[in-house]
Design a protein around this ligand. Structure first.
Ligand code: SF4
Length: 378
């Protein structure tokens, strides 16, 4: 099984913490769509007729797309690739873009069957700190409306570690989420990324900096409360009821192949990884020049091993030393088994059957543990 990712690089305004590629002007909307449809048709052999079981509209803000635009993109993908009849089609949406009529049309006129709503917080002051376009009322309302229109496969994003988000508020955010009885939650720690307004404002002393210890406390609460409420912590930032794991993200974590369309979108076919230039003007040009501009890297064996260790340890499926031996060789397996040992003694990793998993304590240090297990490229 393989996946298709479509990057819709438009936003109404830029959130302070965001470093994804997007533009706030809609003047390129029409040429962008033409270029996108051109790219989809142009690269139809990339996945070698592998069956597509997930299509994911990410951004940017895909909910800014009109129905005709959305339908034409899905049609083009279905005509160009071998798409499974049970394909999961996810659309990322911002609360302020969703109203009853739009959701009804989305449900009845398109084949989108999963919504991912960027809630981030149910409190206005947090949303203000993040510079989100929507307010807390729209956050609640969008979920209620989506449920009412029959979107059962519904997920939201929540951000923790925001300076104003005290413990009590974070618990309240989670309680509100549980009250909607949604099948899936993605929750991330606020991070200060390079080239973001947040970094600039913090450096200028205009905004409060984030506190690592607070994020750790919030993450512990998140793990505890989601477990209590029957969610499976199936990836470090993702929690789902049984049967509701994101097909798209699971594909990434399990090493599946995918093709990404749109500026800055990534693709991986098992041998190499490539990414389109994060530049709208250049992307649009492709339709005229008939040449898509991208960068490409062939992954070294060490990089492939590192990627496997990092992603597998973060998931419920764990890291399999037998897989390491079969794919990368005995040397890699021996290295992994030696380096992982102290983490077991430290109760950050445990072994069950043939696989290694992070304990809850280990999940707090996931990136650090993975990097210790990495193999350096010369
Ligand atoms: S977080 Fe989402 S909505 Fe906000 S600027 Fe980034 S892509 Fe746009």
């Amino acid at each position: 099984m393989a996946g298709v990712y479509v990057h819709i690089p438009f936003c109404k305004q830029k959130c302070h913490y965001c470093n994804f590629y997007s533009v706030v002007s809609v003047k390129y909307r029409e040429p962008f769509l033409k270029a996108l449809l051109f790219e989809i048709g142009q690269r139809k052999s990339y996945l070698n007729r592998e069956k597509i079981n997930t299509i994911y509209f990410g951004g940017g803000t895909p909910s800014l797309l009109g129905f005709e635009e959305l339908i034409s993109i899905i049609e083009k993908i279905k005509n160009s690739f071998h798409v499974d009849t049970a394909v999961e089609i996810t659309l990322e949406a911002n609360p302020d873009d969703l109203n009853a009529n739009k959701l009804k049309r989305l449900k009845n006129e398109t084949s989108v069957n999963r919504l991912s709503i960027g809630i981030q917080s149910f409190f206005d002051d947090d949303l203000h700190y993040l510079n989100r376009v929507h307010d807390a009322h729209q956050a609640y309302h969008s979920i209620e409306l989506a449920k009412k229109q029959g979107f059962n496969n519904l997920t939201i994003d929540l951000i923790y570690g925001i300076p104003g988000l005290i413990r009590k508020k974070w618990i309240k955010n989670l309680e509100i989420f549980f009250s909607f009885n949604l099948p899936h939650l993605s929750s991330y720690s606020l991070t200060v990324e390079p080239k973001t307004a947040l970094l600039t404002f913090i450096r200028q002393g205009k905004m409060e900096n984030i506190d690592e210890n607070k994020s750790i406390e919030h993450f512990k609460i998140l793990m505890e409360k989601t477990t209590e409420n029957g969610y499976i912590h199936y990836e470090i930032s993702n929690f789902a009821k049984k049967g509701y794991y994101s097909k798209h993200n699971s594909l990434y974590w399990l090493g599946g192949h995918y093709i990404g369309f749109g500026p800055s979108a990534h693709s991986y076919n098992g041998v190499s990884r490539q990414w389109n230039v994060p530049n709208m003007k250049q992307y649009i040009e492709a339709e005229k020049t008939k040449k898509i501009i991208f960068d490409k890297e062939v992954l070294s064996k060490n990089q492939q091993y590192n990627e496997y260790v990092m992603t597998s340890l973060r998931t419920i499926w764990g890291c399999d030393p037998e897989h390491i031996q079969n794919v990368f060789g005995k040397f890699y397996e021996e290295y992994f088994s030696k380096i992982i040992f102290p983490f077991i003694e430290d109760e950050k990793v445990y072994r069950q059957g043939n696989h290694y998993f992070l304990t809850n304590k280990g999940k707090l240090f996931a990136d650090g543990i993975a990097s210790e297990l990495f193999m350096d490229d010369e």
